[in-house]
Design a protein around this ligand. Structure first.
Ligand SMILES: C[S@@+](CC[C@H](N)C(=O)[O-])C[C@H]1O[C@@H](n2cnc3c(N)ncnc32)[C@H](O)[C@@H]1O
Length: 351
């Protein structure tokens, strides 16, 4: 009992010292055995959150060094990074992002082994997918595979593929009329529809799509997709073809896959993406916490850099309809909550 009281007192003391931004006191308390991972019982606020809220980069660094978890959540589901953002302390934000990226690098995981979808890709591909009102594709669990509110984002992704997006990383493609473009995952065909608007500049438009119900719809729209090559298989199968590629632009947007799967696709990029070519993907990384999302983007940047791609994330405003409750009527799970979308734009380094 006496020991429990002593721990409670030391937690209270370290939390107070963090709030006061008193580095010397925090160091003394840690040296005397106070836990760096201390969290207040009722609110769940941690020492790291208190230090971040106080904008004390020195204490944040000290706590991280002593093992405070960068990703602990309080009872409202907020992490230390969000406290740092609110306190407008860029130094604390940077320290916490770096701690997150390092942790991901160490453990080699992004989704902690758990997919955001609660079914495997094999399961999804073996079950029915249906088109609701022509503007939503749902799996047989009632989860949305693709929705119309993403249309402006898909337009931007298509523009990236042909150099029509205002960014230096893809600008060099805009004068080409021999482009080889790959889209992985047809879904509602939105991005492919936008790409057809540039048909005169695209010499080869290839789509990988394995789901029989999606392909059935493709087959009912032969005129719309004239000139497009469909590989009726998974991207994993396409990659086994040694003659596959190279492409000048690749867009990746699949479903029911883990981060680890996309990472496997990343590893093939040096082979299937031409030098100077551009790569982008639907950025639904860590979609429920803006700070974790930021860490995930930084992490992907490191991963792509290590295989020879420079990656930038371009912020875009998300269509208002994504926030309208009606948009999600009949969809089991709302998969998007942010105002901003960070469009990944990676280019294959030429040197
Ligand atoms: C989110 S949708 C793509 C939406 C598309 N970007 C659009 O503009 O409509 C995902 C698509 O990826 C397909 N897919 C799932 N697993 C795949 C895999 N392993 N290889 C290729 N496509 C896959 C799904 O069947 C689905 O059609």
């Amino acid at each position: 009992m006496a020991e429990l009281d002593a721990t409670a007192v030391s937690i209270e003391k370290i939390l107070a010292a963090c709030t006061a931004g008193d580095t010397a006191r925090v160091r003394d308390l840690l040296d005397a055995g106070a836990p760096a991972s201390a969290q207040e019982e009722s609110t769940g606020e941690s020492a790291l959150m208190r230090a971040a809220a106080a904008g004390s980069a020195e204490i944040v660094a000290l706590l991280l060094e002593r093992g405070a978890p960068w990703n602990a959540l309080d009872r409202k589901g907020r992490c230390a990074g969000e406290f740092a953002v609110d306190a407008q302390s860029q130094e604390c934000v940077d320290l916490l992002v770096n701690a997150g990226v390092r942790a991901q690098l160490l453990f080699g995981i992004l989704d902690g082994g758990a997919s955001t979808e609660d079914r495997s890709s094999e399961e999804y591909l073996a079950t029915t997918a249906s088109f609701k009102d022509a503007d939503t594709l749902v799996d047989d669990n009632g989860d949305a595979v693709m929705m119309e509110w993403e249309t402006p984002l898909m337009a931007a992704h298509a523009d990236v593929c042909v150099g029509a997006f205002p960014h230096d990383a893809c600008g060099h493609l805009k004068d080409r009329n021999d482009l080889r473009v790959l889209n992985v995952g047809h879904g509602l065909g939105i991005v492919d529809g936008f790409l057809r608007n540039y048909a005169s500049r695209i010499a080869a438009h290839c789509v990988i799509e394995p789901h029989p119900d999606v392909l059935k719809r493709v087959d009912s729209q032969t005129e719309k997709w004239a000139g497009v090559t469909f590989r009726r298989e998974t991207w994993q199968e396409s990659l086994r073809d040694e003659k596959f590629g190279p492409f000048d632009a690749i867009f990746f947007d699949t479903y029911a896959e883990r981060y680890e799967d996309m990472r496997q696709f990343f590893r093939a990029l040096p082979r299937i993406l031409a030098k100077g070519g551009v790569f982008s993907f639907f950025n639904g990384l860590a979609p429920f916490n803006p700070f974790f999302h930021g860490v995930a983007c930084e992490f992907v940047k490191c991963e792509l850099d290590s295989i020879g791609l420079d990656c930038d994330f371009v912020p875009l405003q998300v269509d208002q309809s994504a926030h309208d409750d009606k948009t999600w009527d009949g969809v089991r799970r709302r998969y998007w909550r942010f105002d901003a979308y960070h469009l990944p734009l990676a280019s294959h380094k030429t040197t």
